[in-house]
Each structure stands twice: as structure tokens, then as C-alpha cells.
Design a protein around this ligand. Structure first.
Ligand SMILES: *Cc1c(COP(=O)(O)O)cnc(C)c1O
Length: 838
């Protein structure tokens, strides 16, 4: 391995620079900058786009000869200088937040979609994680990400002659991936161990680089492990419940252990989905040992620094483990390492602590052990507050402590090269970088002809990609040379092009467009106004319904009437996605509301001038206005009986609005109304749905408060912390005593005056807060108004509280409630007690 071993290389500096470039995932390689890789191995580069492979496969003579040429050296030096300049350049975080309470964030996720050369992702979740890491690097936010190095990743898809999906599992070879083994300062390889009952699990560690930040990846493919253990990190989302539990132990417990092992001490731990929730336990364990405090105190301190992002809109989407299974793997860890009875660990992940049958729910565990919880779009926030009311019984849904940060995509990753100059013209150098603080007004500096030229160029690229992709796919199935020639002439670079790519899961309704196949064919085959449809997507190998839908599309696309109008592009991955989102005119998405928590694929078309035609769900429910694109559905939730109505609406929109608007041309041949729509969509939505905006929001609204609160608690005296815990426990233990005895209202001089009597039982009244509460009614917002202790009362267990509000709404809108009031603790996230006037 000459390339990866400096001592054996002919020219350390040049080759070192080359290797650093190959390894840095913050760089996007395309025709603007990929000449160095082409110069080394044109064919391999064209086939794989994999710089590590190109470097690794080249002979020493070849590398030496290439490095010896002046143009190559100049290009290499320029790229190297650019990379160094970028990592030294001032950033948003560095200029505004450096030196503050937020120092380092650990980001945990089961999958990362950063490059097709690092195939450790399945789809949406990995996309969110990958794009956020890139944006964090752009913004200078100090993050270390943690994930698993999947030996086989997610399956690769092929469609066979019968139209059936074949799941293939090629091996991920680390020599050809932008990762390197992690070493300690003393030169030894980092290997961690987790002791499970009867077995010790050895974990290896790797690092990938995203600009200034790192992604650390764990795997169990260590020769010291027995085969079943080596296979824990084999398949992403493969295997049953026990396999998933093992994977989550490696990710959560192993992940935090790794950070500490190599000396990283984050103040914020961001759990991107509940898979990694065991990290909160391991974080508490480290704190416990470092500060010699009991688990409860360690958890009370560290939880403040944990942030949990939930991604599923349905309860069934939460990972759950049967209590016996959880105990089998975690009892020893709980009792010997956390000094916690297994019951207490299970209780953290249960709705009812004492229900012996209730499974361990990873989303509940994450919520109970975090200082901030969020959903991924406004609508998903509402849905999540509804699902999580279980953990906050009797709280109004709107006060369930789950906010939202709408997802966004990393614009520089998904924007077409051809679109960049246009953004620069409109909004200045680097405007396409997705800097969400830049105003894009209405892209007034870009004229219609230039905008249309962009659309024409990117659509042509997509048609060429499609032809090649289809020709290759049929060649694999044994097509003749003639058939391949025909495939290379199909599809029309000028026709309205719809793109439709997603996981083939039932809720995504990937076959909604097939509700009336004849009508669809009529739309596609209109001779004056032809339409072409490009489809891609994988169905999980255990999802037979999803696979049936893949077959339905594959068969449909092979009908003679669909020829040159529909292509099913096998093996949906980043590469296919990039071509699609850059070239399509319209992106179609048809989930069943509210199941698409956010969705990100539709955001990727924005900067490229693509438009969205989608269900009013996830991000699109937030973004859609009639001048920006098209919405389907009525904004309500329905079951499968409504699918047909949605399908008809989709066809109607295509026939009556989308197709006519695209083909309505003026004397210059320009579709002016269409272009006006593109302009509005690009200008208004691109920055709003960028990962740049998302990461800034996480920093300002979640990471910073979490870091502050964590530091406050970590700095507090142990006696003070213990006292806080004691008060919280006392409140919980005696809460059943607390009730509102009666309450009265009178209206005097335009003000409602309220008096509330409360029985406080054994609870210290100082720990209670009495409030008037009114729900939102019509224009009147929800209100919670604190009441004060009436002065001059005798101390006792019955206390009166009084207060008044302006009589802007009927007194009957109000009721009274009692909640906990523990200074420095979050209500209701940490203190969920509440009692209402009956
Ligand atoms: C963007 C992307 C996704 C996410 O798509 P949604 O349908 O919005 O969830 C999934 N897979 C790939 C390959 C992507 O590029």
C-alpha cells in the first residue's frame, strides 16, 4: 500500500497532499476540479468517481510519472492550497460563538450519506446526517460524528428480467473508501471492548474527514471476535431485533467510549434518531466515574447537554426491545457499570416504569435523558407532540416539550455545476453555497433566457445519464447490441421530465401514479406535449409489499406504450439522486400525510430550478404556496380509501396545470409562466430549506442552551445537585397529595379576578406553581398566567392563590392548574407533574 504509507512514498509532500485531497469528504469532485484523478486513471475515475481507489490502484511508476508533469503539479498545488485556505478561513461559528459555552458537539447517527464511495447509508436519515455534517464544516461548527462502518452497507439493487428486485451485498473494502484506521498517540491501533454477559466484544475504529471535522466509524469485524459478533456491523437495517440491539449497543455505548478514549470531551451530544440512545447512559457512566457521583446525579448533569431529534411520525417507527432481551444484554452493564438496577434502566425507556411487560423504547429513553427534543418539520412537530403526550400525561398537546427544526439539504452537494454561475450572477460569489443568511430577493439579475438555458442543459444531462443507465441495465440482463443502441436514443431532452425517487415503503405510496395506468399513458404520450417519467427506489428486502410495487413499475416501464417515456433507474443512490434532482423539471412526492416527517429529496431540486408537485406533508406542507409549486391532498389526514382521490388530483394537476404551463411558449420560445414559478421557488425556498439554515438553528436553539445548562450543572456543587434531585424526587413522591380544592372567578372593572385553593399535602409550596390556563380559542391564543400566594395566610396545607387578567375573553375560558417549579429544571421535560382543577 505505498499510497497510504508515507515512509514508502517517493515524494511525501505531493503524494501526501494528493492523499489528503482523496480523503476529504468536504470536497465535491466534478468536471471543474477532477482533472488530477483523470490524469492518474481516466477509466477508473469515470467508472467509479472514487479518488481513494484511483490512488490505491495506481502503480508507483504511474504516480511518479504523473506527479512529475508540470500541469499536474500546478493543479495539485492549487487544490491543496484551496483546501488549506478553506480550513483556515473565518467561519460563522468562529466569528460569533468561538470561546463561548459551546465547545464541541458529538453527533450520533446509524447512517451517513456523504459519498457513493462511502456506502454506509440507506436514505433519508443518512442524507440528513451527511448534509448536516457538511454544513457544520462550512459554518465552522466543531462536530465529531460517530457512526458504524457497515461491511455491506445497505443492499444494492438490480431489477431482473422478470422485473423483480434483486438485493445484492457487495463488500465494502476499506482500502477503497475514504477512511483510515484510528491510532493512538503511541502508534497502537484503537480497539475498544464492551463486556457482555459471557462474551467480550472487540470494536475497531476508523476516521473519515469532512473538512475540519471528523466522522468516526466503528466496526466489529475484528478477528478477535467470533463470527456472529463480527457480523454485527455487516448490514445496515438487516437482521432482527436482537441484531438491532447489538448494533445499537456498539453505536451508543461503543461510540461514546471511543470519544473518551481518544480524548474528545463534547459538551453536547446530539442523537440523530433514537438508535444511538444508549450513548446517554455511557456519557453518564463516564461522568459518574470522573466525578465520583451516583448515576442519578451524573444523569441529571449530563442530560442537560443531550439533544434528541426524532424522525418518525408514527409510534410503530420507534425501536423497541422486549424487556427480557434488553436485560440479557444490559443487566450486567446496568448493575456493574452504572450501579443501577436493571429495572431502573428499563424505567428510563418506558411509559409506565413498573409495567414488567413494557418494552424498552429507544425514543422514550432518549427523551427522558435529553435536555432538548425536536422533530424535523413544523407538521412533524405537531405529530410528535401528539405521539409523545404519553410521556407527559395530562399536559396540553401544545406544551409537550418537542419543538422542531425543519431539515434542509447541503446546497453545494446537490446543485448542478451549470447552476452555479447563475446564482453568482444573481447574488454574488459563492451565492450557491447555501449560505442561508444571504438574501436572494427574486434573482432579478438572471434573465428568463439564462434560466431556461440552465433547465435545458441540466435536463439534457439527465437524459444522457438515463440512456446510459438503461443501456447498462439491459446489458446486464443480456440485451443485444441493437437493443442497447435503441436504448441510447430513447428519451427526449426537450420533453417535460418528471422525477420520482424514494424508498418503496407503503406510506410513500410509490404506485399512486399508477392508479389509472391508461390515463397516465395518455399524459405521457401526448404527441404535442410529451412527458417523461424517471423512477428510482429500493424496497427493503423484508418488505414484500414494497417489492411488489417495484415490480409493478418495472413491468409498466416495459410496456411498448411506455417506451421512451418511463425509465426505472435501478439502484437509487447518491449518484442517481444527483442526476435526477439536477435535471428534472418537476419532482413528484406522494406520501400519505402525516407520514413523511420531513422529506428532503424535493429540496434538492430547488437550487437547480426544479419544481415540486407533492403531497402537503413534511417540509412541503410548510413551503408550499400556489405560486411556488403544486400541492396535493386537502391538508388533512386520511386512510388508504382516500388514495384514489389523491391520485385523481395528481392527474388533474398534471393535465390541467403542469403540462400546459410547461408547454406554453412565447415568441422567443420561452415558457414565461413556468420560468416565473421557477424564479419564485428558487429565490424563496433554496436558502430556507438549506442545511446551512438547519445547522444554524440547531446551534442557536438547541446546542447553545444545552451547553449552557450542562456547564451550569457541571459547575454546581455536588451537595446542591443532590439537593435538587432530592426535591424533584420528593415532588414526584408526594404529588398524589396535590389537588385544587376550588377556584372562583369574578369580573370587576374589565378584569377577571381569580382565587384558587390548593391542597399541598406533604409538598413544599415553594416547589409549586399555580397557573390559570386557557386553550387557544378562535383568535385568542393559549395562555398560562401564574398566580401569587395570597398574603397574610397562615402556613398550612391549604393555600390560596390569587391573580387577575384583563377580561379580553370570557372567564369560562380559564381553568386552574398546578405544576412543579424547580429552579433550573425544565418543566415539563424533567418535571412532568401537573394537576388540574376538576
Ligand atoms: C435525498 C435522498 C433520499 C431522501 O429522500 P426522501 O424521499 O426525501 O426521504 C433518499 N435516498 C437518496 C439516495 C437520496 O439522495
Amino acid at each position: 500500500m505505498p499510497v497510504f504509507d508515507d515512509s514508502a512514498t517517493p515524494d511525501t509532500s505531493a503524494l501526501g497532499a494528493l492523499r489528503d485531497l482523496a480523503m476529504d469528504l468536504s470536497i465535491r469532485w466534478d468536471a471543474d476540479n477532477d482533472a488530477i484523478w483523470r490524469a492518474i486513471d481516466e477509466e477508473l475515475w469515470t467508472l467509479t468517481g472514487n479518488p481513494c481507489l484511483v490512488l490505491h490502484a495506481a502503480s508507483r511508476q504511474r504516480l511518479e510519472a504523473t506527479l512529475a508533469t508540470a500541469p499536474f503539479r500546478r493543479r495539485l498545488e492549487a487544490l491543496d492550497a484551496e483546501r488549506r485556505a478553506r480550513s483556515a478561513a473565518p467561519t460563522w461559528f468562529g466569528e460569533t460563538l468561538h470561546g463561548g459555552p459551546l465547545r464541541h458537539i458529538a453527533y450520533f447517527c446509524m447512517e451517513y450519506m456523504l459519498s457513493e464511495t462511502l456506502p454506509i447509508y440507506s436514505g433519508g436519515l443518512g442524507n440528513v446526517a451527511g448534509d448536516q455534517l457538511r454544513a457544520a464544516d462550512d459554518l465552522g461548527v466543531p462536530v465529531t460524528a460517530v457512526g458504524l462502518l457497515w461491511q455491506h452497507g445497505y443492499f444494492r439493487q438490480e431489477i431482473n428480467a422478470a422485473g423483480e428486485q434483486q438485493a445484492l451485498y457487495p463488500v465494502n473494502d476499506t482500502h477503497h473508501m475514504p477512511v483510515r484506521p484510528l491510532y493512538r498517540a503511541d502508534g497502537s491501533l484503537v480497539r475498544l471492548r464492551i463486556v457482555l454477559p459471557g462474551i467480550t466484544l472487540w470494536i475497531r475504529a476508523w476516521e473519515a474527514r469532512i473538512g475540519r471535522n471528523r466522522l468516526l466509524l466503528l466496526d466489529t469485524n475484528d478477528p478477535a471476535n467470533p463470527p456472529q459478533i463480527r457480523l454485527i456491523t455487516s448490514e445496515l437495517y438487516g437482521g432482527g431485533s436482537e441484531m438491532r440491539l447489538r448494533q445499537e449497543i456498539v453505536l451508543g455505548i461503543g461510540g461514546w467510549r471511543l470519544l473518551r478514549e481518544i480524548g474528545i470531551e463534547p459538551d453536547v451530544l446530539h442523537l440523530n434518531e433514537g438508535h444511538a440512545a444508549f450513548a446517554v447512559l455511557e456519557r453518564a457512566r463516564h461522568y459518574m466515574h470522573a466525578h465520583a457521583v451516583p448515576f442519578e446525579v451524573a444523569m441529571a448533569v449530563t442530560r442537560a447537554g443531550n439533544v434528541f431529534t426524532t424522525h418518525t411520525p408514527v409510534e410503530a417507527g420507534f425501536d423497541r426491545f422486549p424487556p427480557e432481551l434488553a436485560a440479557k444484554y444490559l443487566r450486567r452493564y446496568a448493575e456493574q457499570e452504572l450501579h443501577l438496577p436493571m429495572q431502573a434502566l428499563l424505567a428510563l425507556g418506558r411509559r409506565h416504569a413498573d409495567d414488567p411487560d413494557e418494552p424498552l423504547n429507544m425514543a422514550f429513553l432518549a427523551t427522558r435523558c435529553s435536555g432538548g427534543v425536536n422533530a424535523v418539520s413544523a407538521l412533524h412537530g405537531e405529530t410528535s407532540r401528539r405521539i409523545f403526550t404519553e410521556l407527559f400525561p395530562r399536559w396540553p398537546e401544545r406544551e409537550v416539550p418537542i419543538g422542531h427544526v425543519t431539515n434542509g439539504i447541503h446546497v453545494p452537494t446537490w446543485i448542478a455545476r451549470e447552476a452555479r454561475p447563475l446564482w453568482e450572477k444573481a447574488a454574488g460569489a459563492g451565492a450557491w453555497s447555501g449560505d442561508s443568511s444571504a438574501g436572494h430577493d427574486d434573482l432579478a439579475a438572471v434573465d428568463d433566457a439564462a434560466l431556461w438555458a440552465l433547465r435545458q442543459a441540466t435536463r439534457r444531462c439527465l437524459v444522457e445519464f438515463t440512456r446510459e443507465h438503461v443501456a447498462r441495465s439491459i446489458a446486464i440482463r443480456g440485451a443485444s447490441v441493437e437493443q442497447m443502441e435503441i436504448a441510447r436514443s430513447l428519451f427526449d431532452p426537450a420533453a417535460l421530465t418528471l422525477g420520482f425517487a424514494r424508498r418503496f415503503a407503503t406510506y410513500k405510496r410509490p404506485n399512486l401514479l399508477l392508479a389509472d395506468p391508461d390515463r397516465l399513458l395518455r399524459i405521457l404520450n401526448d404527441p404535442q406535449r410529451p412527458v417523461q417519467l424517471l423512477i428510482a427506489g429500493k424496497a427493503h428486502p423484508a418488505d414484500t409489499k414494497g417489492q411488489a410495487m417495484v415490480r409493478e413499475w418495472a413491468e409498466f416501464s416495459r410496456l411498448p406504450e411506455a417506451r421512451g417515456r418511463i425509465a426505472f433507474l435501478a439502484d437509487y443512490d447518491m449518484r442517481v439522486a444527483r442526476h435526477l434532482v439536477q435535471g428534472v423539471d418537476v419532482w413528484v412526492n406522494t406520501p400519505r400525510r402525516p407520514w413523511e416527517a420531513s422529506g428532503t429529496s424535493g429540496m434538492k431540486v430547488l437550487a437547480n430550478g426544479g419544481l415540486n408537485l407533492s403531497q402537503l406533508d413534511g417540509w412541503w406542507a410548510e413551503a408550499h404556496t400556489p405560486e411556488l409549486g403544486w400541492g396535493i391532498g386537502d391538508g388533512e389526514e386520511h386512510d388508504a380509501r382516500w388514495d384514489r382521490a389523491d391520485a385523481m388530483q395528481l392527474y388533474d394537476l398534471l393535465e390541467n396545470e403542469v403540462v400546459p404551463e410547461f408547454y406554453e411558449r412565447d415568441d422567443d420560445g420561452l415558457p414565461r409562466a413556468w420560468l416565473a414559478r421557477i424564479r419564485a421557488s428558487m429565490a424563496q425556498l433554496t436558502a430556507r430549506f438549506s442545511a446551512d439554515r438547519t445547522v444554524r438553528e440547531y446551534v442557536e436553539r438547541y446546542y447553545l442552551p444545552a451547553a449552557r445548562q450542562y456547564r451550569e450543572r457541571a459547575g454546581a456543587d455536588i451537595l446542591e445537585l443532590t439537593e435538587r434531585l432530592r426535591r424533584r424526587e420528593a415532588l414526584a413522591a408526594h404529588w398524589h397529595d396535590v389537588r385544587i380544592l376550588d377556584w372562583r372567578a369574578e369580573t370587576v372593572d374589565g378584569r377577571h379576578r381569580f382565587a384558587v385553593s390548593v391542597h399541598t399535602g406533604a409538598v413544599d409550596p415553594a416547589l409549586l406553581r399555580i397557573e390559570l390556563y386557557a386553550d387557544a380559542v378562535g383568535d385568542a391564543p393559549a395562555e398560562a398566567v401564574p398566580l401569587a400566594r395570597q398574603t397574610g395566610q397562615r402556613e398550612g396545607r391549604h393555600l390560596r392563590f390569587v391573580g387577575e387578567v384583563p377580561a379580553r375573553r370570557p372567564a369560562a375560558h380559564y381553568t386552574a392548574r398546578v405544576i412543579g417549579a424547580l429552579p433550573g429544571q425544565q418543566v415539563p421535560l424533567e418535571v412532568p407533574q401537573i394537576a388540574w382543577a376538576s
